[in-house]
Design a binder for this molecule. Structure first.
Ligand code: PXP
Length: 248
């Protein structure tokens, strides 16, 4: 491990409650309510509530954001695509944090980070970042753990990033996992040198999160599917407590 002069004092857990809304939308019902889930998650120790409002509204609805922004006691982090419709929504709802993510209509879940090196992408992202910061929100960019992407995020004007941990979570064997951890470690070192707040998420669960936390760079983990899946059997409060216990 390289020498470091700091590591996050507290590791924060953002609980993503999208999949509570997925169950609700499966029947177009009024329950289960992600707002209730957010309150329980906070009581169980969550430091943040994270939701992704997708262009197709497959889970989180505008109503959820309208209520969550008034009821969340910690911080509300809203993930959204870099689209005018979404930027207008952010300006109307005004959550604590906006995390800009890429979105493809046919994907099952977010498939990768924003490609800030792609032609035209950096300009659109920088314009969105400038606008959201001017609106008084914190802005984070969801990017792959790639040194060039981290530097491009800095160029786009953000002081927060969320590293996409999907490749780490999906690694097929120990060697692959070790390689992905090294990529994340290198990306974190660059982000830290740029004084960025480092979050991470996607595909994390009770059995793979500790190795990432042990890197000592990451200040925040956003975890959804694994917590909501465990909650089916253990209850949401217990599922959140189990994750908090792992991270602290
Ligand atoms: N972070 C981001 C940017 C995401 O898009 C998602 C999935 O919506 C998550 C974290 C949570 O991923 P998971 O549900 O796999 O824990």
């Amino acid at each position: 491990m390289p020498d470091r002069d700091r590591s996050p004092a507290v590791v924060r857990l953002g609980v993503n409650v999208d999949h509570v809304a997925t169950i609700r939308q499966a029947r177009q019902a009024s329950y289960p309510d992600p707002v209730a889930a957010a309150a329980i998650a906070e009581m169980a120790g969550a430091d943040q509530i994270t939701v992704h409002i997708r262009l197709d509204r497959r889970h989180i609805q505008e109503r959820d954001l309208e209520v969550l922004v008034r009821t969340v006691q910690t911080r509300l982090n809203v993930e959204m695509a870099v689209q005018e419709e979404m930027l207008l929504l952010a300006e109307r709802i005004h959550p604590h944090t906006i995390t800009l993510v890429p979105e493809r209509p046919e994907e099952v879940t977010t498939e990768g980070g924003l490609d800030l090196l792609a032609e035209g992408a950096a300009h659109a992202v920088r314009a969105a970042v400038t606008r959201l910061l001017a609106g008084g929100m914190q802005v984070s960019l969801f990017i792959d753990p790639d040194v060039a992407q981290v530097r491009a995020a800095g160029d786009a004007g953000v002081h927060m990033i969320e590293l996409n941990t999907a490749a780490y979570a999906e690694a097929s064997d120990d060697a692959d996992r070790a390689r992905e951890l090294e990529r994340i470690d290198a990306a974190c070192a660059v982000a830290d040198s740029l004084d960025m707040y480092i979050a991470a998420g996607h595909g994390l669960h009770y059995h793979n999160v500790c190795a990432l936390a042990d890197l000592d760079w990451i200040a925040e983990f956003n975890i959804g599917h694994a917590i909501i899946a465990r909650a089916v059997f253990s209850g949401l409060e217990q599922a959140v407590r189990d994750m908090v216990d792992l991270l602290r």
